[in-house]
Design a protein around this ligand. Structure first.
Ligand SMILES: [Zn+2]
Ligand SMILES: [Zn+2]
Length: 829
């Protein structure tokens, strides 16, 4: 997915890797067992069969296309000289569209060679027109640096590619502005440096032919909404200088990339989605850890029943604020009742088994701690079987030095090491490919990441094995029972909401500093721009004159594209005054309340005092044998309804809401057993969030008819809400922690049983809107995930939530299914 993925244009079968320079795969040891045989042995190991589906992803031959006739001979020769004999079909198609002047997004698999799709038209234009320029945007400096290396290596006369970012020495900046014709930067630099300095950039912008936006699926949520306006500001400056650049975007595969790219740029964008690059065959198994026998289940980490130190009866509406994970997320829901064998244990066993078979295996685990646990458990089982065999398994994490990591990779490639547990594909070296098996412990959140991880398996011409081990989570449960959601057409879309007033107003202020705003600009900035400008005028930030709206102050407004949830809170060790780290304002009440156990790089601290006025928490080092879990109460009121569907007894709504929440207490729980020691009150102020929500209502009669007793309505709605939040990432690239919910048997604003799901970001981030737009598919998946979970009364794989503000009480699994059936029966498809 990075920089130089021309290698995929070679006519040799390759896999979906992130970045694959040619000929990096070391020979390694001899071939392991065939994937199908290996899988048969793995699944025969336990009592039941944990495999819910096996997909044979066949090898795919690439479909080459002729070089576009407009591509100059010099450019073709350059690529051919680097082994690219011809572009793949999708590269040629996207390149042709862009060259014709259409805005295009190429949304294909990782390492399908997306860079060639934009390099061809961009470089052809630079060679044909000695004045033209190209601006390339990457989400990270590292990716821009990679791409710079790739373009520089082409050694094309007069292109003079250069990175322009925060690290660029002052002395070089002026040279780049004047002489580079291929500038590589990131949206932050465009926002903070290039656009405010547009006068110095006028020569470059006037001649701008192409804007390349790489990895554009990373511009999502609030950050994506900011970037959308930065791009509108760029278009406005270009237009002032008479330029209308063509936008070429590269995206991971996703649902509806044309719409997402259109929202990001504000332009009509054509999508190219048919991946014509070659790929090796993979046997892909979906693995659901078995349910534990009831008695073992209950002896493990069960909060005691009838916990009488719990706070007074759960407040009427049950709220699940869009707030951070309790303490430090470890990837495991330690505090919930365990009904299934954990994905970590299952992955550790699989790793031990594959290593015992002599199979070189990479296990991906979501958290660092999880990776350590998987490696340690696998080592222990192997040593029990054959003393010394455990030495052939290791953990790999970000904290290691680069040399240590490369050494581990080398050992795995050469077969000295057979098993490695790692957190993230992106931390691995690009040449760590060609393994015999990949284990993926928990769905990594998006299909793009899933394929990135699976793509580490498979030597050329050989089949490989990939196994996705489901975690205790409704989305994972759904996916292992719905392979079409993984192997069929993607449904998850990259969402953003440029109309968010909390993004739009500051961006309009930035635009006004760059040049006074005109009525035509309001059209460019889209829905809500007029209201935002009026508010800026009322607030004294803008002044209206006959020629437009003018910024009134000397200083530029301070706008951080990635800023979230208020000023960060500093964590300071009292005895030494040492700054340990910062926690974003939105999470501070949960993580840094007095008495909270705060983990920093594996060291445990206890918070003595949280000073919100100073934005500072004082802590001391201490390692108690309990963890802390903050609880909050949430209230929600409807501000306005944007859109609704009247479906008889069911109503579906999208609108603005005010969410008030207050962290009121915290539980201390024993780390070893999960037992609740006590619940202590807290005195923290309430916080307000105006955001966008989707909600549905049901008539009480329809619930009674469906067999939900009035006393069970709160538990039914609460359970449906949890699962619905868990499944939303199937439809939109968000995390369940980005979303909050609230359910109630009767809400004062709707006067009916209601489930709310809201964006946890001021002004909304597009998640609730996507949920509304895909309501029946989203709630159908939610219902299926609950029905297909094999547990009796509800578990973390279906209706329990690790972030519940009410301790997962009340919850009724069977009634949640009835609620969703009523909604689905009435809602138009
Ligand atoms: Zn369940
Ligand atoms: Zn809850």
């Amino acid at each position: 997915m990075t920089s130089n993925d021309f290698s995929s244009a070679h006519h040799t079968p390759r896999h979906d890797l992130e970045s694959s320079p040619a000929a990096t795969v070391s020979a390694g040891p001899g071939p392991g067992p065939a994937p199908a045989d290996l899988l048969r042995r793995l699944r025969a190991r336990g009592a039941g069969d944990p495999v819910t589906h096996v997909e044979r992803v066949p090898a795919r031959a690439g479909v080459p296309a002729p070089w576009p006739s407009w591509a100059p001979e010099e450019l073709r020769a350059t690529f051919t000289g680097r082994g690219v004999t011809a572009p793949w079909q999708h590269q040629a198609e996207a390149a042709n569209l862009a060259y014709e002047g259409q805005h295009v997004v190429v949304a294909t698999g990782t390492a399908s060679g997306k860079s060639l799709a934009y390099q061809l038209p961009a470089l052809a234009t630079l060679l044909a027109d000695p004045r033209a320029t190209v601006l390339y945007l990457a989400p990270t400096k590292a990716l821009a640096a990679d791409q710079l290396r790739a373009v520089t290596a082409l050694e094309l006369e007069g292109v003079r590619p250069a990175c322009y970012d925060g690290d660029t020495p002052r002395a070089e900046r002026e040279w780049i502005r004047r002489h580079s014709r291929f500038v590589l930067t990131n949206p932050d630099m465009l926002h903070h440096g290039i656009l405010p300095g547009h006068a110095q950039w006028s020569g470059f912008l006037r001649r701008l032919a192409y804007v390349v936006i790489d990895e554009c699926h990373t511009y999502r949520g609030v950050f994506g909404s900011h970037v959308a306006h930065v791009l509108r500001r760029l278009r406005r400056q270009c237009a002032r200088f008479g330029a209308t650049p063509v936008f070429v975007l590269a995206s991971a595969t996703s649902g509806d990339p044309a719409t997402a790219a259109g929202r990001l740029t504000g332009l009509p964008v054509t999508a190219v989605t048919e991946d014509a690059s070659p790929r090796g065959g993979v046997t892909f198994a979906l693995w659901e850890p078995p349910l534990l026998p009831p008695d073992t289940g209950s002896s493990l980490r069960v909060p005691p029943p009838g916990d009488d130190s719990a706070p007074p009866a759960p407040p009427q509406p049950t709220g699940d604020s869009a707030s951070p994970a309790p303490s430090q997320p470890t990837g495991d829901h330690d505090e919930l009742r365990q009904v299934r064998r954990s994905a970590l244990r299952e992955t550790a066993d699989l790793l031990a088994d594959t290593v015992a078979e002599g199979v070189r295996t990479l296990a991906f685990v979501r958290s660092r701690k999880g990776a350590e646990v998987v490696a340690a458990n696998a080592r222990r089982s192997l040593d029990d079987a054959v003393p010394g065999l455990g030495d052939r398994v290791a953990a790999y994490r970000g904290g290691y030095l680069r040399e240590e990591r490369r050494e581990l990779e080398r050992a795995l490639l050469h077969g000295d090491l057979l098993g490695l547990a790692s957190t993230n594909a992106l931390e691995l070296g690009v040449d760590l490919v060609g393994l015999d098996a990949v284990l993926i412990c928990g769905y990594p959140g998006t299909r793009a990441s899933l394929w990135q991880q699976a793509g580490r398996a498979g030597r050329s011409g050989q089949e490989a094995l990939a196994v996705l081990v489901a975690r205790d989570d409704p989305l994972d449960t759904y996916l292992v029972h719905h392979p079409e959601a993984i192997f069929g057409a993607p449904v998850e879309a990259t969402v953003l909401d440029p109309a968010n007033p909390y993004v739009l107003a500051p961006q309009l202020a930035c635009a006004a500093v760059e040049a006074p705003l005109t009525p035509a600009d309001l059209v460019l900035f889209g829905d809500g721009a007029k209201e935002a400008v009026d508010q800026l005028v009322a607030a004294g930030a803008l002044r209206q004159r006959p020629t437009g709206w003018y910024w009134r102050h000397r200083e530029r407004p301070e706008v951080d594209l990635r800023g979230e949830g208020g000023a960060p809170v500093c964590v300071v060790e009292s005895s030494t005054g040492r700054l340990l780290g910062t926690v974003d304002g939105g999470s501070s009440h949960f993580l840094l309340h007095p008495g909270a156990v705060y983990l920093h790089q594996g060291v445990s601290y206890v918070v003595d005092d949280l000073d919100l006025a100073d934005g500072c928490a004082l802590v001391h080092a201490e390692e108690p044998d309990w963890s802390t879990h903050a609880r909050d109460v949430t209230d929600l009121s409807v501000v306005s309804v944007r859109s609704y569907v009247d479906a008889g007894p069911v109503g579906m709504f999208l609108g603005e809401v005010d969410v008030t929440s207050q962290v009121v207490s915290y539980q201390r729980r024993r780390i070893a057993t999960g037992e609740v020691i006590d619940t202590r009150p807290l005195d923290l102020p309430t916080r307000e969030l105006r955001t966008v929500a989707v909600w549905f209502t049901l008539s009480p009669q329809s619930l009674t008819l469906a067999g939900v007793q009035p006393a069970d309505v709160p538990g039914a709605l609460h359970a449906a809400e949890h699962a619905a939040i868990g499944l939303l990432p199937l439809m939109a690239t968000c995390d369940r922690w980005d979303i909050g919910g609230l359910s109630t048997a009767v809400h004062p604003d709707t006067e009916a049983p209601t489930v709310f799901v809201y964006d946890g970001h001021p002004g909304g981030a597009g998640f609730a809107e996507r949920a509304y737009g895909t309501a029946s598919a989203w709630l159908r998946a939610t219902r299926d995930a609950i029905v297909e979970c094999g547990c009796e009364t509800g578990c973390p794989s279906c209706v329990q939530s690790p972030k519940c503000g009410n301790g997962n009480n009340p919850l009724s699994k069977p009634d949640a299914i009835r609620v969703l059936d009523v909604v689905l029966a009435n809602l138009p498809q």
